[in-house]
Design a protein around this ligand. Structure first.
Ligand SMILES: Nc1ncnc2c1ncn2[C@@H]1O[C@H](COP(=O)(O)OP(=O)(O)OP(=O)(O)O)[C@@H](O)[C@H]1O
Ligand SMILES: [Mg+2]
Length: 259
């Protein structure tokens, strides 16, 4: 594996019963860059994130995270490995019965031995970073959808991970909040050098953020820069992009993408 790659998947096969999700899938995620995973519903985006986080093992193939082959690690070693990965799950939910503070503090209580004073300071620092100062005492139901997503992001980065995995961070948000979350992710990437893997159906954001796009199609991956994929001749990529950009102002100007 090249040192430039933070995560590498090689020869991945995975089936759920008769549903073959990946067939000899290969892809790599470069260090310090934002990669966006795209593909139709059920293409296997969330499942790929679960493989990277060691929450699921493939039937065959290698998953290498930060130089370590994780498919054969024990549960204890996987727990240690997961400390290096922040996760924003699809839906980005917080636990309803806990305050925002307790939600964001949860990974620290699980993975660190910080004192209560240090935990307070660390949580507030992260809430400030996502633009939610002084909200720790609120309950999740008191936050708007955009605020909830930002609080979930604060929770995902509270342990200073090297890698941040975000499953559909834009889903269900209005355009203003999409822009906000997008700006926040870009800032975290630039400021902290976080390696990010983001799944998204939101094409404009994906094109703006990604240094690499990974399309999951037919059990494999088609990889390229946004520019390369917009110019792709692969009919499966074209079909997907055309469906996603249909009627979207501005995309008539992308050569060949809007028909
Ligand atoms: N635990 C599971 N048991 C059985 N089938 C599963 C399981 N997890 C995922 N699948 C199947 O694997 C396929 C990929 O699912 P996945 O959730 O990764 O898709 P996705 O690309 O994230 O879709 P979406 O865009 O809707 O979030 C689907 O066909 C799904 O039904
Ligand atoms: Mg999904």
């Amino acid at each position: 594996m090249s040192e430039a790659d933070r995560i590498q998947l090689e020869g991945i096969h995975l089936a759920f019963g008769s549903r073959q999700v990946y067939r000899n899938l290969d892809c790599r995620f470069p260090r310090g860059e934002i990669s966006v995973l795209m593909g139709g519903s059920g293409a296997g985006k969330s499942t790929l994130l679960r493989l990277m986080a060691g929450l699921l093992r493939p039937d065959r193939g290698r998953v290498v995270v930060a130089g370590e082959e994780i498919t054969s690690l024990s549960e204890r070693d996987l727990f240690r490995m997961r400390e290096r990965i922040g996760m924003l799950f699809q839906g980005g939910a917080l636990l309803d019965a806990m305050t925002v503070f307790e939600n964001v503090a949860l990974p620290l209580r699980e993975h660190s031995r910080l004192s209560e004073t240090d935990i307070r300071a660390e949580v507030e620092r992260r809430l400030v970073a996502v633009g939610l100062p002084d909200t720790g005492g609120l309950m999740p139901r008191e936050l708007s959808g955009g605020m909830l997503r930002r609080a979930a992001l604060a929770r995902a980065i509270v342990t200073d991970p090297e890698i941040l995995i975000c499953d559909e961070p834009f889903s269900g948000l209005d355009p203003l909040n999409v822009r906000r979350i997008e700006a926040l992710l870009i800032e975290l990437n630039r400021r902290l050098g976080l390696t990010m893997i983001v799944t998204s159906h939101h094409l404009p954001s994906s094109l703006r953020m990604a240094s690499q796009l990974v399309f999951l199609i037919d059990g494999g991956a088609v990889v390229g820069t946004p520019r390369e994929l917009l110019a792709s001749e692969d009919p499966r990529v074209r079909e997907f992009l055309e469906a996603e950009t249909a009627g979207m102002p501005g995309f008539e100007a992308v050569p060949g993408v809007a028909s």
